[in-house]
Ligand binder design. Sequence first.
Ligand SMILES: *Cc1c(COP(=O)(O)O)cnc(C)c1O
Length: 401
Amino acid sequence: MPKARDYIDLEDRLGAHNYRPLDVVLTRGEGVWVYDVEGRRYLDCLSSYSALNQGHAHPRILRALNDQAARLTLTSRAFRNDQLGLFYQTLTDATGYPRVLPMNTGAEAVETALKLARKWAYRVKGVPAGQAQIITFSGNFHGRTISIVSFSSEALYREDFGPFTPGFVTLPYGDARSVEAAITPNTAAILVEPIQGEAGVIVPPAGFLTRLREICNRNNVLLMADEIQTGLGRTGALLACNHESVRADVMILGKALGGGVYPVSAVLADEAVMDLFRPGEHGSTFGGNPLAAAVGREAVRVILEEGLVENAATLGEYFIERLAEIPSRHVREVRGKGLLVGVELHPQAGGARRFCEALMGEGVLAKETHENVIRFAPPLVIDRPTVDWALERIARVLKGG
Ligand SMILES: *Cc1c(COP(=O)(O)O)cnc(C)c1O
């Protein structure tokens, strides 16, 4: 029987080296727990970057997946299917947005939103052809396509990948005044993450989204929220924008929309924006397929019907409070909202990676984001005793080292 080392060697020998995973070889998952090929159990504190808000192998989601897989998986959008409309219904009921455009990955949904914003700028706002600008923020993460990395501030994501797509402006995250100053008659949209997950769980100053909303209203600019990571309960609200009662004009969802089993993303918007797309202008072979629709629908219902939003709020607050109480000379700051939590270490701590490796030894899987931040984002089905179980181990690692 192959050992962990054999699987690792096989991956490293045959695969592209575009990731640097922790060397744990997982073979099974259930709820908040995952198991490696040697039978060891770990608490999943990453949830595949919040794609597993409902936990591993959620029985309702597996049933939706299996039932639909046995019936009909793919029609392309050349034909209709009996699942897509129901998925739309569930999403629009849950979010209050009247229109949905389904895609597969997060990056595709962001690309869709960018096209939508440009089209709106030319057709509605009256921006001269080819002149539309979209405001983004430093530290952003919106995916890996050439257009999306065109406005990344991360050298690693851009180096050697140019030439880039023009039409983007990148401003300091959290600084509404610089946004105000950067608006021109050609500004189509502002694209923002309510909390920057990949940047290291960066929470902007209170009122930032509200200020952006006001700026957009005053200047006839679309506010587009990328809630691929923060959405669907992660931060203790269904959408992180809800914390400030801000309604974005365009809402981008992904990750947990696929219930941890299948890639499902979507762009949500009002009629006035979404109805600008005409047949043929945008699409995807797999987008909106019946399997994705059935899974996505159940993924949303599980979050709503099992109280996962409330659980993230309650346990997130508890988790952050208790983390902040851990006496550790390595910790600089504990921050986050709901169950999206970052522990920033001092630069002298020797990097977050070695703490993640130590946590793995304790049965807690977390991943460093940038040099000095450990992100904790367990599935939202976690309970308080399990949070306490994790805290005990995290404390041991943070106090040591
Ligand atoms: C993960 C993520 C994306 C990209 O999603 P993919 O499915 O990996 O393409 C975009 N935006 C945010 C905020 C994300 O966290």
